[in-house]
Every structure is written in structure tokens, then in C-alpha cells.
Design a protein around this ligand. Structure first.
Ligand SMILES: Nc1ncnc2c1ncn2[C@@H]1O[C@H](COP(=O)(O)OP(=O)(O)OP(=O)(O)O)[C@@H](O)[C@H]1O
Ligand SMILES: [Mg+2]
Length: 481
């Protein structure tokens, strides 16, 4: 690995990038040597993606330099994946070459079951799209001493897919490549990286070998010493009538599913990519097409699901792909936060004054630690994690009867994660029935009263109480038990 003698393949010196009224990168320098995995971590909005975009040439820096070793190419997996939605996986994998379905099959097949590689990638799940983007970045290297840059590429992936990705990355590094790994998943950072660079408010505050860093120290560096939460959920057993009942639900990767959701309970959904886990929330909401033998909401049949119909029944949904589905990118953050949703429909929210709307936006910004604290900034200009906080804040604010969450804290920093968990728990305490689909086992353990583990589109196990462990989630997910 990094022995100090390998050449620097990439040298970043004194990089400065400002946006109106904000310094996103403040004299940042770093080096990536051949054979080395360098993690870049930091809170939401600390400048990680800005750094990646400058490396990619998508943004021009205001100052500083980026120098690569002769012959070294940079390959990117961007946070937004940068795929072309209308094109298929095969076509996205072949942007600069001729399409090769066999090769595409082989590439995506390394991560698990092959999905529909001839469908437009916009119809794939977030995890499937991540697999396409990763496959593209790892394919077609003409030179071993390249640098691959991964910006939060594992966020939608389950442990199996992450393992495949890490194996591939380690192999590239062993052959002399340099790797830049941007992530909020600190366990993965500690597992994969040789060295960790910590950004805080655009400044580099640490650049240390991973060997000298523990989880606690890393959290301290990221937060600047603010205490982070450590708390597990107390299982609550709810009885009473379910607010949502479904029998024989199917559609997408879901083959057959029965589910009862009671007011106040937090039910998790786990499973590997393609298990149905990632398809379930949007299927229940009616954002994806499917069918059910029976579906009732608050005791009344709800035969034809649609987003509008779900909304009017008090069902809220936070999609995994919020940048595209969860928001209006050209409105301000405040407008996104106060967009009329359930409340206009229930009549409680019809005459919100502009002043109250501003105060409400300020309050939500503080609660969820959105940075920069500028509700009047265009939504699209917030960093990925901050966009996620805004979309979550809105869904939780609406006091829904049923809250369907797909990867609720994907890309979110530790401080805001705690705020989101607290808000989900308060919503449940106030009677909201919550369904959380997540690829993050720790998140499910932290939040849920019980967890359905899906395998091949069906419920393979329901874990609760002392059975609800990370080990069981993994073994049931793979069918190893
Ligand atoms: N095009 C833009 N115009 C204005 N501000 C921007 C723009 N792009 C990024 N920013 C701001 O620059 C800062 C750094 O954003 P960046 O996307 O680099 O954060 P990040 O560390 O990748 O965060 P996350 O973990 O949420 O992905 C943020 O405050 C963001 O709002
Ligand atoms: Mg980012």
C-alpha cells in the first residue's frame, strides 16, 4: 500500500473555490499516490463534491492547481452518478465505445443478479443506477496508474454490493491505481482507506493515516468536537387496528408481500439489491406500478394507488432519489419546505402567512442543521446531503398517518442523522406509522420495532426483540441461516 515512495499520481495544491457569499474550498491541498486509498470525509456541505467536481473539470477553481502524473487518467463516480436517464445501462456503459450487451451483463453481474440492462436507466432503482455508474468507472482502463474518484458511491448499496466494489477497488490499488473515496459511512472509510482527509467548512482540518484513527477520533474531527448520538431504539409493541394493510402486493422486484402497519410503529425493510427492499416504498405509495390482492388504509379499501391518492389519504413518501423526485429544484429551499402538501388537502394549512412560512423554514433549517443557513437559496444549489435534510424535514412536518421512507439518511452527516432519527421517533410517538427501507443495518437497528427481511421479492424473516441483530439481518438477507 502507501509506502511513501510511490509517485503522487494526483497533486492538488491550495485549491480555492467560492460561490456567491460562500467559500466552498479554502486553500485545500492533498496528494494521492499510486496504490493508495485516500478517504475524503466531512459534514454535509464541507466541500467534498466541490473538490470532486473541480478534479473532473466540471467547476473551475478560483485558485490553486490540480496536477496529474503524465499518462494518469481520472475516472469518476459522481454523487449524482452522471448517467443519462433516457439511455439504457448498456448505452451508458458504452458512451465512448460501441454498445456491448455481453460486456455490460458481465460488468453489472459482478454486483449481483443482472437487472434489465436494456431499460432506460431512469427506470432503475438508485442502487442499480449506482452499479451502472461504478461499472462504467471501473471499465476500460488503458493505464494501471489511474485515479478513480468515488463520491458517496456506496450510499444506496447493501453490504454484498459494497464488498464487490471494495474488492474491485483494492485490486486496482494493488495494481498501482490511486483511489479517492468520499463517504459518510465511517466504518467503510476505516476499512478501505489508507489515509483520511477531513474537510470542515471548506478547510482541510486533518490528513492522517487511518492506522492512527479510531471511529471516535474521526467523528470528533468531522464535527469539530460536537457530541454525536449513540442511542438504540426501545422496541415498542403496538396493537390496535392497522392504519395500512396490504395482502399479495407485487410489482417491480416485489413478488408477493403481506404487511400490516400500526399507528406508532416503525417497521424496517432490509434485503440485498433486487430483493424487493428498494422497490417496496414506492410501490406502496403508488409511484411505481404494481398490484395487490387487498389494500386498505384506515380500514377503507384503496384499490388503485397513485401519488395523489396516497397524499390525500395521509401517506407521505420520501424517495431514495429525492434530487429527482422529492423536490422542485428551481424553487428556493423555503418554497420546497412549505410547498403545500397534506395540509392544504386536510384544510389545516390553507392560510399560512408569509411571515410564518419564513419562521417555519428557519426553524426547520436549525433543527436539521441545513448548511448554508439560507432558506432563500435555490434548492439545486445545496449539497446532496443538505437537499436530503430539506426533503425529509418537509415530509415529517406534515404529520402524515403513514410515512414511507426510502434510505432516509443516505448521504446525511452524523449531526443531521441524529436529528432525522429523533424526528422519525417523535412522528411515531405522535401516531404516525413508519416504514423504513434501508441498506444500512445500523439504521434499522437504531430505529425499528421490527424488520422485514426480503429475499427474492418475498418476506424471508421478520426480526424483532433480541432476534433483531446485524448478524441476523445479513444472514437472512443472503439466505445463509
Ligand atoms: N453551484 C453552486 N452554487 C452555489 N453554492 C454551491 C454550488 N455547489 C455547491 N455549493 C455549496 O458549496 C458548499 C459545498 O458543497 P459540496 O457539494 O461540495 O458539499 P459536500 O461536502 O459534497 O456535501 P454532502 O455531504 O452533502 O454531499 C455547500 O455549502 C453548497 O451549498
Ligand atoms: Mg457531496
Amino acid at each position: 500500500m502507501a509506502d511513501g515512495l510511490a509517485p503522487a499520481l494526483l497533486r492538488v495544491t491550495d485549491l480555492v473555490k467560492t460561490f456567491p457569499g460562500l467559500t466552498a474550498l479554502d486553500h485545500v491541498s492533498l496528494e494521492v499516490r499510486g496504490g493508495e486509498v485516500v478517504a475524503v470525509v466531512g459534514h454535509n456541505g464541507s466541500g467534498k463534491s466541490t473538490l470532486v467536481k473541480i478534479l473532473a473539470g466540471a467547476y473551475a477553481a478560483d485558485g490553486g492547481a490540480v496536477v496529474t502524473e503524465e499518462g494518469t487518467e481520472l475516472h469518476f463516480i459522481h454523487q449524482d452518478l452522471a448517467l443519462i436517464g433516457e439511455l439504457t445501462a448498456v448505452e451508458n456503459l458504452a458512451l465512448y465505445k460501441s454498445p456491448d450487451p455481453d460486456r455490460a451483463c458481465e460488468l453489472v453481474g459482478r454486483f449481483g443478479p443482472v437487472f434489465d440492462i436494456e431499460a432506460p436507466v431512469r427506470d432503475l432503482t438508485p442502487a442499480q443506477r449506482a452499479v451502472v455508474a461504478i461499472s462504467r468507472a471501473l471499465d476500460g482502463w488503458t493505464h494501471p496508474a489511474n485515479v478513480v474518484v468515488l463520491d458517496e458511491s456506496t450510499e444506496s448499496l447493501h453490504k454484498t454490493e459494497v464488498d464487490v466494489l471494495f474488492d474491485a477497488v483494492r485490486r486496482l490499488a494493488a495494481d498501482g491505481a490511486g483511489v479517492v473515496f468520499v463517504s459518510h459511512r465511517l466504518d467503510e472509510v476505516l476499512t478501505l482507506a489508507d489515509r483520511v482527509v477531513v474537510l470542515r467548512d471548506g478547510r482541510k482540518v486533518a490528513d492522517e493515516p487511518v492506522a492512527t484513527l479510531g471511529h471516535g477520533r474521526l467523528v470528533e474531527l468531522i464535527t469539530g468536537g460536537q457530541a454525536a448520538m449513540a442511542h438504540t431504539h426501545e422496541t415498542t409493541v403496538r396493537d390496535g387496528d392497522p392504519v395500512l394493510t396490504v395482502r399479495g402486493l407485487r410489482g417491480g422486484t416485489v413478488e408477493h408481500l403481506d404487511l400490516d402497519l400500526r399507528p406508532g410503529e416503525i417497521v424496517g425493510v432490509a434485503g440485498v439489491l433486487g430483493s424487493g427492499r428498494e422497490a417496496l416504498p414506492s410501490l406502496l405509495y403508488g409511484a411505481a406500478s404494481g398490484a395487490a390482492d387487498e389494500l386498505t388504509v384506515s380500514g377503507a379499501p384503496y384499490p388503485r394507488r397513485s401519488p395523489g391518492g396516497s397524499l390525500s389519504r395521509g401517506i407521505a413518501f420520501v424517495p431514495g432519489d429525492r434530487a429527482r423526485h422529492g423536490s422542485v429544484r428551481d424553487l428556493t429551499a423555503r418554497e420546497n419546505l412549505t410547498l403545500p402538501q397534506l395540509r392544504t388537502l386536510t384544510g389545516r394549512f390553507g392560510n399560512l402567512s408569509a411571515r410564518r412560512e419564513h419562521a417555519e423554514a428557519d426553524r426547520l433549517f436549525t433543527t436539521y442543521q441545513v448548511r448554508p443557513a439560507r432558506p432563500e437559496q435555490r434548492f439545486a444549489l445545496f449539497s446532496g446531503g443538505n437537499q436530503q435534510k430539506i426533503v425529509m424535514a418537509r415530509a415529517l412536518r406534515d404529520d402524515p398517518a403513514v410515512l414511507l421512507l426510502d434510505e432516509p439518511t443516505q448521504g446525511v452527516d452524523i449531526g443531521a442523522k441524529a436529528a432525522i432519527y429523533d424526528a422519525v421517533e417523535s412522528a411515531a410517538a405522535a401516531g404516525t406509522a413508519v416504514l423504513v427501507s434501508s441498506s444500512d443495518a445500523k439504521e434499522l437497528l437504531r430505529l425499528c420495532d421490527r424488520v422485514l427481511v426480503l429475499r427474492d421479492g418475498r418476506c424471508a424473516a421478520v426480526l424483532t426483540g433480541t432476534d433483531l441483530t446485524e448478524h441476523r439481518l445479513v444472514t437472512e438477507g443472503y439466505g445463509l441461516s
